[in-house]
Write a protein that binds this ligand. Sequence first.
Ligand SMILES: Nc1ncnc2c1ncn2[C@@H]1O[C@H](COP(=O)(O)OP(=O)(O)OP(=O)(O)O)[C@@H](O)[C@H]1O
Ligand SMILES: C[C@@](O)(CCOP(=O)(O)OP(=O)(O)O)CC(=O)O
Length: 415
Amino acid sequence: MAESWVIMVTAQTPTNIAVIKYWGKRDEKLILPVNDSISVTLDPVHLCTTTTVAVSPSFAQDRMWLNGKEISLSGGRYQNCLREIRARACDVEDKERGIKISKKDWEKLHVHIASYNNFPTAAGLASSAAGFACLVFALAKLMNAKEDNSELSAIARQGSGSACRSLFGGFVKWKMGKVEDGSDSLAVQVVDEKHWDDLVIIIAVVSSRQKETSSTTGMRETVETSLLLQHRAKEIVPKRIIQMEEAIKNRDFASFAHLTCADSNQFHAVCLDTCPPIFYMNDTSHRIISCVEKWNRSVGTPQVAYTFDAGPNAVLIAHNRKAAAQLLQKLLFYFPPNSDTELNSYVLGDKSILKDAGIEDLKDVEALPPPPEIKDAPRYKGDVSYFICTRPGRGPVLLSDESQALLSPETGLPK
Ligand SMILES: Nc1ncnc2c1ncn2[C@@H]1O[C@H](COP(=O)(O)OP(=O)(O)OP(=O)(O)O)[C@@H](O)[C@H]1O
Ligand SMILES: C[C@@](O)(CCOP(=O)(O)OP(=O)(O)O)CC(=O)O
């Protein structure tokens, strides 16, 4: 009979949103980008992936369960991550249980992986970023790999480019790198999550449907057809990266907001410059942009920055809690929930922002005054699915409490 011990590790990893966008690869297989990018890590309390990885001599093959359903690990991206981590595995010993795994055993041993996203998967909320970062981080800890988080980020990158930025909290830069094997294309922390802790982030989930053009396909078509992308990657982004790092280090919200909005808009312009053109934003996205632009202009200094990834959802970064509360009032004025929706399931995450905005129930939403900066402001009931209030957050952590593990310590199968 095969030995029956199981060794497991559970990790939790955040998602991230780029404020200077990654769009376009110079090497598809290694996932090497055409420009640097910068992101903010979102608080894992509200958006995160939890992954348990287990090893046992009784496992017959590598297996993975995502949100409770078994999925195939045969895809190249999963295989690349598994291969790269296995190549860095070291000796592991559990003295108490008398278990020893030597470096070379890892080639033969199989792993079980169970992962859970506490937010919708493949809905434009960067589940692949948190997911691949968590997979690589958890496997590295299980296999006692000695690499630091930057080195691990270069492996997570091979699962999904944006995943490399989820290995750190706060603000993170993905350096595109120069060398052919991609070993210098990795993430570094710009500042940690405590550096600029008055920022508040509100996500408007405009549509939870799966998108038409995946990021991978979209950016391939852009690289093949858009001249604007070449100009962006060579001339625009390098300067913006320097300015963005400065703005973040100095907590200069005006510059930060200007750069964030301009870069999101240029990314969508590059999508439009693709043949055939790619449309990720919809009317609701455009209305949110207009609401923020008009408000910022009426105040004279930016209160909120917006950014949109490869989908219609808006990520709004408010200067502080006061601006966030005002923003939420405006958003709820324009986009009240359908009559059958409860406020509690319409504004998720950090609900204290709702309180700051003086909104306790749907009656308060109905009574909101129209934003003064727009005449005859219309209301678009039901056009937003829900809002998530969050903030910049920390990087990956190990969860030592076994009750949080997703696999059974006896069988290594999902609990
Ligand atoms: N927790 C996870 N662990 C491992 N892989 C995951 C995990 N969550 C998602 N993925 C992978 O990422 C894929 C979804 O990626 P996709 O880019 O389509 O959506 P998204 O990342 O949620 O949205 P977007 O990239 O637009 O922000 C899933 O099909 C799965 O392969
Ligand atoms: C618009 C983006 O979110 C694109 C993210 O693309 P992915 O990282 O999902 O693409 P692959 O590397 O092909 O997996 C911008 C960003 O996150 O920088």
